[in-house]
Design a protein around this ligand. Structure first.
Ligand SMILES: Nc1ncnc2c1ncn2[C@@H]1O[C@H](COP(=O)(O)OP(=O)(O)O)[C@@H](O)[C@H]1O
Ligand SMILES: [Mg+2]
Length: 299
């Protein structure tokens, strides 16, 4: 796949800008809404690239620091044998010196995405994607590197599990501090919760430094995509590798808490957007999903 040209990336930025200013995403071909970023397909009529807009950086130095961490993260995952979709880290300079960053990847066909792949398979029979994801987690999670292994972050291409979600590299230094600035993890959260989350995030992210939590998170979030019938397959692949097996019974209550947190975040983002726009009179820099998949399962 050729790299996207700067001219095309400017067109993506202009289209996203219009969507940010109008809340009308109709002009965009959205390949997927995550809780943090949105994959926008380009060209819109027949996507070749998936473009993920990052929170704006104060300047080129901040952008370069971030880009270097993503490159380091990609190198670590690849070295441990985890496949990652080709990821091009790009920037656009804005007037005033700020920088907009993008992660650009090949736009993968919807039928290759993890949730779709499992929907087309039989949970009684299983699918090789599941053990491949479990193996990937075990291969790269070593206390210094981690991975968000939720099923929504994987594609199944040519018989391999390929990760697509690398915008917040999970890496820790020797003293256990996150290498990526905490602000990058919380940039897309509503302003009102950022101060408290800034203190909480290192501990929250720290859970991904061990395989058990990562695999538990993968299993419980199957509820979000209506794939809970696959939980036994995940536990069957994961538990033989864990000192303390994950019990199906512990997942549902944890998931409920997670879902209600993300539903609240989604609501607060809309409030934040209103505030930024009407009171601060500036653009809200994040595309907000029309709905969150967590809401479908919240009771
Ligand atoms: N390269 C890609 N091709 C097609 N769809 C993608 C690609 N990357 C991401 N997506 C879709 O967009 C969603 C959000 O992207 P992701 O990088 O996981 O963002 P987040 O960090 O918010 O979870 C994914 O769950 C997937 O459905
Ligand atoms: Mg994701």
């Amino acid at each position: 796949m050729p790299a996207i040209s700067d001219a095309d990336l400017e067109r993506v930025e202009a289209a996203i800008g219009r969507a940010l200013d109008t809340d009308d995403h109709g002009e965009l071909t959205v390949l997927g809404y995550g809780e943090v970023s949105v994959a926008v397909g380009w060209p819109a009529a027949a996507p070749v690239w998936a473009c993920k807009r990052l929170p704006p950086f104060a300047g080129m130095a901040a952008y370069r620091e971030y880009a270097a961490l993503v490159e380091e993260y990609l190198a670590r995952l690849t070295a441990s044998g985890v496949a990652v979709v080709d990821t091009d880290v790009r920037s656009l300079e804005r007037s005033g010196g700020s920088v907009v960053g993008y992660l650009v990847q090949p736009a993968l066909d919807a039928t290759l995405l993890g949730p779709q792949v499992l929907r087309a398979a039989d949970p009684e029979v299983g699918h090789p994607l599941i053990p491949a994801v479990v193996d990937a987690v075990l291969a790269c999670t070593d206390g210094r590197t981690g991975i968000d292994a939720q099923l929504t972050n994987w594609a199944w291409t040519d018989g391999r599990a390929v990760n697509m979600d690398v915008n917040t590299p999970f890496m820790w230094d020797e003293s256990g501090r996150t290498v990526l600035d905490v602000d990058m993890f919380i940039a897309a959260l509503p302003w009102i919760v950022r101060a408290t989350q800034r203190r909480a995030v290192p501990k929250i992210i720290g859970r991904w430094s061990e395989p058990r939590w990562t695999l538990l998170d993968l299993a419980m979030n199957l509820h979000k995509d209506g794939l809970e019938a696959w939980i036994p397959q995940v536990l069957g692949a994961a538990n033989p590798h864990l000192d303390e097996p994950i019990e199906a019974g512990e997942l549902e209550a944890l998931y409920r808490k997670e879902a209600s947190l993300w539903v609240t975040m989604h609501r607060l983002k809309r409030i934040d957007r209103w505030w930024q726009r009407h009171v601060r009179r500036r653009r809200y820099e994040f595309l907000v999903a029309p709905r969150t998949d967590y809401a479908a399962t919240e009771r």
